[in-house]
Structure formats: structure tokens, C-alpha cells
Design a protein around this ligand. Sequence first.
Ligand SMILES: C[S@@+](CC[C@H](N)C(=O)[O-])C[C@H]1O[C@@H](n2cnc3c(N)ncnc32)[C@H](O)[C@@H]1O
Length: 316
Amino acid sequence: MERKLESTSDGNPAHDARNTIKRGRSAGSSVDFRVSYERLTDRDFQRLSSFVREKTGITLSEVKKTMLQARLQKRLRELRMASFPEYCQYLFSPEGADAELDNFINAVTTNKTDFFREPHHFDYLVSTAIPYLAEHGLIRHHFLNVWSAACSTGMEAYTLAMTLGEYALTNHGFSYSILGTDISTRVLAKASRAVYKEEDVEPVPMPLRKKYLLRSTDRAARLVKIGPELRSRVEFRQLNFMREHYDLGQRFEVIFCRNALIYFDRETEFEILTKISRHLVPGGFLFLGHSESLNGFQLPFDAVSTTIYRKRLGEE
Ligand SMILES: C[S@@+](CC[C@H](N)C(=O)[O-])C[C@H]1O[C@@H](n2cnc3c(N)ncnc32)[C@H](O)[C@@H]1O
């Protein structure tokens, strides 16, 4: 199995902004390559946060300035750029817009996730949501279509796959597929690779670990890979919620959109939820994150449990 992993961490450069970092001499060169870091000025923060908002919909309040500075310093180092104005000039140029946008988005998005995060959702899915869908004839040919929207590194999608894999064992003929989408190409690459650190899979109950996860042959690497049976059920694609149409080409009976809406303002949140809702069949279930809700939005849903909503029958 693959052993080289991209780090899931955001990295913690935490460099003193005024530090001068010696990058060393390149072979055959007499140039001493030094990169000095400045603090992110209010002006550059405003320019960059407007750009983040325009491209991703994410609102970065003033308190996120230090976070943005730390994350982009890492990017500056990779590009060997000396200052934020230089980085802004590149990012806002036509050349930078092509070459740097994905890297920029990868740097500014927050991708925290876990296997079996908010476990009551997975219990509800099999104990209540699927039986409701089956009873109302909403699962055609016993095939459930699930969308893990803003899936990050895939832990949510693979948790769904394990949960549904177990359900299928006791419900003959039942089958499923899961689509995971995210704006960040970095997390999607990790999701597709399906390799995680052993400590990442600690929330997975031991019987499921034994059944669905493969251990690295190099035990010292302490890595596991999701087994082929589950991987074949899950597909990952890039999707930016800010797109006018999601062009997914299908509707789902179940959508998980958890812990992403908190990054948007109310208006953007409403627009995203409206578009997501169009991809849910009437009677289908929407699962939100623990601090998210549909309260105050005119949307065709009934609250059926904590952070779980069902689209009203008859609503398109
Ligand atoms: C905190 S993670 C949530 C992961 C997972 N749903 C969970 O609850 O564990 C939020 C995810 O939203 C994604 N995201 C942020 N802005 C987005 C956008 N405009 N379109 C799609 N995904 C976005 C981020 O890349 C990140 O992976």
C-alpha cells in the first residue's frame, strides 16, 4: 500500500513575522537566498479576505487574521516570495489566478473532520431515515444515493460507507453509493488515496476496523487504508458551493452537509442550502453539523431530530 502521505495538518509555521529565514545556498550559486516575512497588514488582509469571500464564500473576520497570516506564510515559503504584497500581486494576476487559486484555497480552508463524528447521525440514518425512505417507496431498487457535501479528507464518506455496509448485511438486496465533494483539491487527493494514520481511525469501532481497514505492511508507518470494498462505493469530486449550478447530474435520498455552513454568512448559507435542497428528493434527509440549523430560513424542510431535517413530500 502507499506509504507516503500528505500531512492532514494545516501545518503550523508560526514563524515570527519579522524573522529572516535563511533558505541556504543553491549548488553552484553564490547567492544567499533569504526570505524575510512581514506581518500581514490590514490592507492586505482586507484584499485577501475579499478574495477568499469571492472565490469560496467563506467569511474571514478580523480575528482570523493571524490564522490567515500563518497559513499563507507557508505558501510564501514554498513560492520563495518575500512579502504579502508580492504574493497578492501574483495571486490577483491572470497568471496567478490560474496557477495559484487551488493552492490558495487549500491553504485557507479549514478541514477538520473525524471518523464517526457526531455518531448519532449514523445511528439515525439506519434506525429511522432508511426505514422511512423504504416505507415511502423513496429508495428505488433498494439503492441509496448519499452525498457527503464538503467531505474534507473523506472520513465522513467512509464512515457512511461502513455504516451502510453493515446495514446491507442484514437487509438483503440493499445497496448504496456515496459521492464526496469538497472545494479543496488537497483534501480530495487524500480522500481518494484513502490512507489514514492509525490514530485517525480510533473512533472506528474495533469490529469495523477489522472488517474494513487494511494495515500497512510496514507496521512502523502506523498507517491504514480503507479496503477496496468500501472504496468502490465512494467517489470524490471537486465542487465549489459558490457555483451557480452544482451539475451533479442526480438527486440523493440523503445529504450530509456538516460543519461547512458555519464559514458562510447567512445570505450565502441560504443560497447554498437552496441549491443543495434541489439535489435532495422530496422525503429525503439532510444532516447538518452540531452548531448549524435551518432556523429562520424559508426552506421546505421539517426538523425531525437534532440537526436532522427531512424535505417535505411534494416539494421540489
Ligand atoms: C470543517 S470541514 C467539514 C468536514 C466534514 N463535513 C465534517 O463535518 O467532518 C469543512 C469543509 O468545507 C470545505 N469548504 C469550504 N468552503 C467550501 C466551498 N465554497 N465549497 C465546497 N466546500 C467548501 C472545506 O474545504 C472543508 O473541507
